[in-house]
Ligand binder design. Sequence first.
Ligand SMILES: Nc1ncnc2c1ncn2[C@@H]1O[C@H](COP(=O)(O)OP(=O)(O)OP(=O)(O)O)[C@@H](O)[C@H]1O
Ligand SMILES: [Mg+2]
Length: 361
Amino acid sequence: MGTVAPLLEGRRIVVCAGSGGVGKTTTAAALAMGMAERGLKVAVVTIDPAKRLADSLGLEELGNEPRLVDPQRFSEHGVEIEGELWALMLDSKRTFDALIERLAPDPATAQEVLSNRIYQQLSNSVAGSQEFTAIAKLYELDQYGDYDLLVLDTPPSRNALDFLDAPGRLTRFFQGRAIHMFLRPAGIGGRILGRGTGVVFSIMERLTGVDLLHDLSVFFRALGGMVDGFTERARRVGLLLSDPGTTFLIVTAPRHDPVEEAIFFHRKLRDADMPFGGLVVNRLHRPPAGDGALPADLDEDLAKRVEAAAHELAALAERDAANVEHLRTTLGDPPTIVVPELDGDVHDVEGLALVRGHLFG
Ligand SMILES: Nc1ncnc2c1ncn2[C@@H]1O[C@H](COP(=O)(O)OP(=O)(O)OP(=O)(O)O)[C@@H](O)[C@H]1O
Ligand SMILES: [Mg+2]
């Protein structure tokens, strides 16, 4: 079917979204490879790539900054990178820390937050979730990097929508009641932290040696000054995602569940006015080639097995085709790029080069 090239024409950001395990990371890396091959300076942000894929991109070390991939790695496999390919593995914790450093009014406040136990817990869980840090990183690269194209892989969330909603959730967190209670010197928060809670905290401190109350108040006071910065940042990230220079590709496998999720995700994109570019249907089974006739002298047992395998493949191909048909009709015939099921995992340059071949037609 189609090729991905026209969908990326003139874009600065491409987001590969979709449900878990469908091939988002593979697609993101192969897209980046293809566009770098076409002369662009591309950075791909990968999220938890398989170890071997990371190795083949030269990402042995977890660095939170893009690293230039040695073009030699590719030319050995017949892929000539005319531009530049930069790759990074997202490090959520470091991305979140960097954001604090950027938004803090001064280095001392930044240090106060970073060394705070509450922050450390928080940045490792809720607010430091990959959904949020992935786009925080994207924003940073867009603002402070000089790439022609950014390719963003998305986290393996069960719900692809978490990703779209990340800026909103962060804003709500900072505008939420909990934080205001702490920021307010007196009032309800003051009272709660007065008697009962104060006793609990001091018992805990005696037992654990951790002055939680102190940590909490330092955390919220220091962070309080950054609320506006965060809110503004979240707003701008939202704008970046809906910018016409951005495009979302929905990656899916031609199976029932991912197809339903793709339909759902597509609707959400539309509702949120995010620019949908097209579909990448990955791992499609093709019907067996040939006319099904087996060599006459084939061992009977073997012939039976070959026949059974061919039969099974034909059934898979039929099922896949029906799922793709259903998906495309529901979405109103969007641009669709098909990548077939390959033999074995895609974890080396050769595999990536094959996928990029299918993506770019
Ligand atoms: N076309 C293909 N043919 C065969 N194997 C493939 C193909 N595309 C991807 N794979 C393999 O499928 C697995 C999942 O791919 P990938 O990691 O890209 O998916 P993902 O959507 O990023 O998953 P997650 O949601 O867990 O992040 C990997 O082992 C990959 O090598
Ligand atoms: Mg992935």
